[in-house]
Design a protein around this ligand. Sequence first.
Ligand SMILES: Nc1nc2c(ncn2[C@@H]2O[C@H](COP(=O)(O)OP(=O)(O)OP(=O)(O)O)[C@@H](O)[C@H]2O)c(=O)[nH]1
Length: 390
Amino acid sequence: MKLALIGFGQAGGKVVDAFCAFDETIGGHVVEAAIAVNTATADLRGLEHVTPENRVLIGQSRVKGHGVGADNELGAEVAAADVDEIQTAIDRVPVHDLDAFLIVAGLGGGTGSGGAPVLATHLKRIYNEPVYGLGILPGTDEGGIYTLNAARSFRTFTREVDSLVVFDNDAWRQTGESVESGFERSNRELVERVGRLFAAGEVSSGDHVAESVVDASEIINTLENGIATIGYATQSVDSNTSGILERVSRTSSSTHFGTEHEATNRITSLVRKATLGRLTLPCSVASADKGLVVATGPPDELSRKGIERGRTWLEEETGSMEIRGGDYPRPGADEVGAIVLLSGVTDVPRIEQLQSVAVETKETTSAIRAEQAGDLESLLDTSGELDALF
Ligand SMILES: Nc1nc2c(ncn2[C@@H]2O[C@H](COP(=O)(O)OP(=O)(O)OP(=O)(O)O)[C@@H](O)[C@H]2O)c(=O)[nH]1
């Protein structure tokens, strides 16, 4: 399906940039427009795939292009004040070709954390197309202020979008990695999942169209409310071998049975792996309200029976009757994959932990501020011996 991507803040811009690069690599044709919004000039300058006219600097009169320094209330204020500048860039997007907007932001900082929910409210007011969010949670070691920002933004962003796909930096961190290379790798993992999911609903007329190909409306119907998470698993197949097997299968029914059986089992097992492996936001799968199973790979590997079995298995795991399934054929691909989208998830330990640390941070910060005000007053107190100048 066709998306207008809007990256808000540094993380948002970088992820949109990586998304565009990935979309080009796989020929996904998902990105109809890519816009980056920031309060920091330097962050916008670093982007490669967002055209200069689609880089929108906001809040110049307040922060002079230096960012909002993790103050997300200021981020929200600046976004509300300059929303017309963002709209000018969106006005250039051919909205009639769009299936949805996707606003991407790191929720721990200031600009994206505060600005993304403001933009979501604005877009919902103007357009009929769904507005999705892609929110990145900070690592637990980033400190109280990032956690507090993320918890407050998460609450607001979830309320303002049609669905918030969440990526937890904490769950995707690897030991021994520098922050920068860690982000680069996480961003690749993130855009691979989100990019392939949306590309599945964008099979163009020239592509091989399978019988049960996923349609944009199935993604839209799955992403109807609340919080969403994505799982992905792949297995290599030798495209030459699969071609040979297909040729052999035409002449030998037992080989045909063997190959089909293998393809069915492969897809079913990949659906399980994608669901039970690392999700973009780890959660209890049973709490999902809706789901979508997409099998991707060379057309002759996409067993309908496998998809159906995977779909039924996910129905049992979630207890939901709204699990959709389909395929995304990629002729010539050398691997088969399963993408699992779970939406409306409600049992998410990481969110509960984020919220309780945020509440603690808020209480501690207020106590420190009150104490500091008292301490300063007593430091300046000269028992009436000295007067202030004015
Ligand atoms: N996954 C991922 N997370 C990132 C990346 N860059 C920053 N983050 C996370 O995003 C949060 C910080 O948000 P930023 O986007 O840097 O901040 P900002 O929105 O530009 O806001 P200010 O810098 O305060 O003006 C932190 O929690 C980081 O962990 C990235 O490239 N990938």
